[in-house]
Design a protein around this ligand. Structure first.
Ligand SMILES: *Cc1c(COP(=O)(O)O)cnc(C)c1O
Length: 402
């Protein structure tokens, strides 16, 4: 009997299946690894060439560890499929994906437009490194829509969006901003970490570059740092050049953890989506909560755009407590059983993080006096999470009255 051939015909590059299918099948070829389902972790710096001709031609698929390995290619291919891009470049962190993308498009004398709701380390990079290189930044109201056109100068090169902002959750009108960027011949770079490629099709909505802090949902288990930059055809050459010039490369193990996380991303996100929305609307009804910031809630100011452009919401949102002394806030957050307090998110576990937008906002005003809290709703049982928060509110109320 003839055995089944291990290799199957390669799919044409243009085919893009439903995202859960791509998450399972993209970026792996069992026939290239003796039938094993997953690609191996290639660790390596030197790649040897068989002849002088081969060395001079440099036309082997791999030439040096920093420039990629089969493990890196596998994850790049899978993310690229999910984002619907032309090319994906991996980085050692999400922040490095942001900084590499910005550097790819600017030179001294240029100007960039950055949303005021941007991830704080992105803001820090603009205010320090870009400023030192002679690139100026204007922060704009995330809800500005097409009025963004008024802020464009002859020096403007890049419009940077992050929708929704990962602390304050304003939803941006990405199609309107993309239209303006196209008209003025600017590059539109978007940080798409919150929605992941599954819930927002950033490039199809007009962005040139979509960034993932893969550290979050793609890795999904809080055990690795990783970033990804996906470009359309127009942006690819510039990102390729900067990525190479800066010597950006992800770690081998981290890349593998990204691949491993990606396989279950659709399933995990669905649960994060459902649980977070349930807890967000439950919090809305609590007397201790002044406001919940979650675009999936019908009365959220960003709800209409979110519903129009996104296919889901992740597990991250914020809420503002009613004004109370610091001791009451501490009584709430310090003794939660299931909510860890810490930076980052996107893992399987629930997290809580107090923050204060007044400390960094420049283009918009934060109008709440109560303590703002960011929640990441993990994969735990929702009722257990509610019980935990309920006990926290009881401590909060007791401390407030004493
Ligand atoms: C966490 C985060 C980043 C940075 O990712 P790191 O891997 O921590 O460097 C960038 N953008 C957003 C929206 C993030 O939440």
């Amino acid at each position: 009997m003839i055995e089944e051939p291990m290799s199957k015909p390669t799919k044409p590059a243009s085919t893009r299946h439903k995202s859960s299918t791509e998450a399972v099948h993209s970026g792996r070829d069992p026939s290239a690894s003796y039938g094993f389902v997953n690609p191996p972790v290639y660790r390596g710096s030197t790649v040897v060439f068989p002849t002088l001709d081969a060395l001079t031609a440099r036309d082997q698929p791999y030439t040096y560890g920093r420039r990629g390995t089969p493990t890196v290619s596998a994850l790049q291919e899978a993310i690229c499929k999910l984002e619907g891009g032309d090319a994906t470049f991996l980085t050692a962190s999400g922040l490095q994906a942001v900084t590499t993308s910005l550097l790819a498009f600017v030179e001294a004398g240029d100007h960039v437009l950055i949303t005021d709701s941007v991830y704080q380390p992105t803001r820090h990079f603009c205010d320090t490194v870009l400023a030192r290189l002679g690139v100026t930044t204007t922060y704009y109201d995330p809800c500005i829509g097409s009025d963004l056109a008024a802020l464009i100068t002859p020096q403007t090169r890049v419009v940077f969006t992050e929708s929704p902002g990962s602390q304050t959750f304003e939803v941006q009108d990405i199609p309107a901003i993309s239209e303006i960027a196209r008209t003025h011949n600017l590059w539109h770079v978007t940080d798409n970490t919150w929605a992941s490629p599954l819930y927002f099709d950033a490039l199809a909505h007009g962005a040139d570059v979509s960034i993932q802090a893969a550290t979050k949902y793609i890795v999904g288990h809080a055990d690795a740092m990783l970033g990804a930059i996906t470009t359309n055809t127009r942006a690819k050459p510039q990102v390729l050049r900067m990525h190479g010039a800066l010597g950006v490369c992800p770690g081998s193990e981290e890349t593998y953890l990204g691949l491993r996380g990606l396989r279950t991303l659709p399933l995990r996100l669905e649960r994060h989506f459902r649980s977070a929305l349930e807890i967000a609307s439950w919090l809305e009804a609590r007397p201790e909560i002044e406001r919940v910031l979650h675009p999936g809630l019908p009365n959220d100011p960003g709800h209409a755009i979110w519903k129009r452009d996104f296919t889901g919401a992740s597990g991250l949102f914020s809420a503002v407590l009613t004004p109370a002394p610091r001791e009451a806030v501490a009584a709430f957050v310090d003794s939660l059983e299931f909510f860890g307090m810490g930076y980052s998110w996107g893992g399987y576990e629930s997290l809580i993080l107090p923050f204060d937008p007044r400390s960094y906002r420049t283009a918009t005003k934060w109008e709440y006096d109560g303590q703002a809290l960011r929640f990441h709703i993990g994969l735990e049982d929702v009722d257990d999470l509610k019980t935990d928060l309920e006990a926290g509110f009881a401590r909060f109320n007791a401390a407030r009255q004493s």
